[in-house]
Ligand binder design. Structure first.
Ligand code: NOJ
Length: 525
């Protein structure tokens, strides 16, 4: 492990991402909230997770579901306020689970008092210096300062009206216009983030997932970008001037000094950087503890592609002697059963990939509903809430399809998610078959499968060890052995293949006569 002494708790932790507005609604307003999470902690405990990651719950006008923070040191009333977070943290800790939160240091809400003060002041003022304001180009500053586009679509600049009523400067927003980017060259910005970090860490929060951790530093002179790359979550961004600028590492070093005062805590960066050397820089010993590596999530259901993703993720972490991380889903990407082809085949592949992920050394992140095998949901236009839909001029539908509330019980929507049928996103009637209640009573369900897999991962010595070795396998398959002894076989081909010898611990589908069917995985001791 990168740290002398016993391995830190997060080095092989199973994190569970709770999208709070979609998890469980305790007060019948149609939005999930923190008391709803507390009410379901037993479920998470039985599932076998070690830590929760909560998407942003700070005070927000919710232009981007909380990634637009107006007060970083308070909890939004929509989620139950600060007292509800304290209740959740206390109850989770009593059950032996950690609680981590989202932190949004790249931008604030346009309703944040700092941005409101910037609007009310004049060009060049201290208030404007907290954000990235520039004069426009062309006659009367009519055009934006450069050609950057917003990740959500449209220009990354919005022009303001000055106090005298005339069109004035432009401000930068890599995301929605309601999310102005902060100026990290201004020391006030770090000072305020430090206050925020200490505020939550003192309250018992165990760490943070850091949003757009590769984005805070902007390149000197803000040069134009080549080509239009709107979709951060899919595009290859390694040569994009908006992200991964050198200055970001000094920011992470500063942030790390605060974490070092709370040695149990963890900083996990959202790092959409693919080059291994570049990625490794974020997880050096004085920067982030963990960085999300999205290669496995981006891989096709193809043995060579998956193997490449695993090899590169491990290699990137190894460069910095850091812990690898694995994730297949989150609130920004299509759910696995849909991504891997949909229907029963998509679900079978999702289960198989979960076994591959859970077999690997390092920290693993599950996204709520993944354990139920939930697919994306096609929503009608009028149900869409993601700002991407409007900002892209209705050309991209956004991420609502993977953010549908969790179906807990009962036979009709909203399946125990809320007391009101009028939920912020609708649940489809066909999810009657996928509720937690139904799956708990079915030994063959995806939920029962996840519970078994997680239990095996946490209880067997075969899952020890930091390295893996590739073994020979039939065409279309991949087989690796963990240094603790576990053998994992994935059949991404078209026909059943014979399994190697050993005790079969688990298979994602039925093994017949020692053969693993297509679209399935197996663990052997
Ligand atoms: C990444 C988050 O995961 C995404 O949901 C959000 O829209 C952007 N960062 C902007 O904060």
């Amino acid at each position: 492990m990168p740290h002398p002494g016993p391995a830190p708790w997060w080095s092989r932790a199973l994190f569970y991402q709770v999208y709070p507005r979609s998890f469980r609604d305790s007060n019948g307003d149609g939005f999930g909230d923190l008391d709803g999470v507390t009410a379901k902690l037993d479920y998470l405990k039985t599932l076998g997770i070690d830590a929760i990651w909560l998407n942003p719950v700070m005070v927000s006008p919710m232009a981007d579901n909380g990634y637009d923070v107006a007060d970083p040191r308070d909890v939004d009333p929509l989620f139950g306020g600060l007292a509800a977070l304290d209740r959740l943290t206390e109850a989770a800790h009593a059950l032996g689970m950690k609680v981590t939160m989202d932190l949004v240091p790249n931008h604030t809400s346009s309703q944040h008092p700092w941005f409101q003060a910037a609007l009310a002041s004049s060009p060049g003022s201290d208030q404007r210096e907290r954000y990235i304001f520039r004069d426009g180009t062309g006659p009367d500053g009519l055009h934006p300062p450069n050609n950057w586009v917003s990740i959500f679509g449209g220009p990354a600049w919005t022009r303001i009206v000055e106090a005298d009523g005339n069109p004035g400067q432009w401000y930068l927003h890599l995301f929605d216009a309601e999310q102005p980017d902060l100026n990290w060259d201004n020391p006030e910005v770090f000072d305020d983030l430090e206050k925020t970090l200490r505020f939550w860490l003192e309250r018992g929060i165990d760490g943070f997932r850091i949003d757009v951790a590769h984005g805070m530093a902007k390149p000197p002179g803000l040069p134009d970008m080549e080509g239009v790359k709107a979709e951060m979550l899919l595009a290859d961004m390694d040569d994009d001037p908006r992200f991964n600028n050198d200055g970001v590492h000094e920011i992470h070093r500063q942030i790390r000094t605060v974490f070092n005062d709370y040695p149990h805590s963890v900083a996990i960066g959202e790092v959409w950087v693919y080059d291994n050397e570049q990625f490794a820089r974020y997880v050096r010993p004085d920067e982030l503890h963990l960085g999300f590596n999205f290669r496995l999530l981006r891989a096709e259901f193809d043995a060579a592609d998956i193997r490449g993703a695993i090899e590169n993720s491990m290699a990137a972490a190894a460069i910095a002697d850091a812990t690898p991380t694995w994730t297949l889903a989150n609130h920004d990407v299509d759910r696995e059963p849909t991504r891997y082809g949909g229907g029963q085949v998509g679900l079978a592949r999702a289960r198989a990939m979960a076994m591959v992920m859970l077999a690997l050394p390092g920290a693993v992140f599950l996204y709520n509903g993944e354990e139920l095998g939930l697919p994306n949901v096609d929503l009608p236009d009028e149900a869409l809430r993601d700002p991407v839909w409007e900002r892209s001029g209705h050309t991209r539908r956004g991420r609502d399809a993977c953010r549908i509330p969790i179906p807990w019980d009962g036979d009709t929507p909203p399946f125990g998610f809320s007391d009101t049928p009028d939920t912020w996103l609708p649940l489809p009637p066909e999810w009657a078959a996928l509720t937690v209640e139904k799956q708990l009573h079915d030994a063959g369900s995806t939920l029962s499968f996840f519970r078994r897999a997680i239990e095996i991962r946490s209880s067997r010595g075969e899952f020890d060890g930091r390295s893996i070795e590739w073994l020979n396998s039939p065409t279309g398959c991949l087989t690796f052995q963990r240094s603790g002894g576990l053998v994992c076989v994935l059949n991404a081909g078209d026909t059943a293949v014979p399994l190697p010898g050993g005790e079969l611990l688990l298979a994602s589908d039925e093994v017949i006569d020692g053969h693993l069917p297509a679209n399935a995985a197996a663990w052997l001791a």
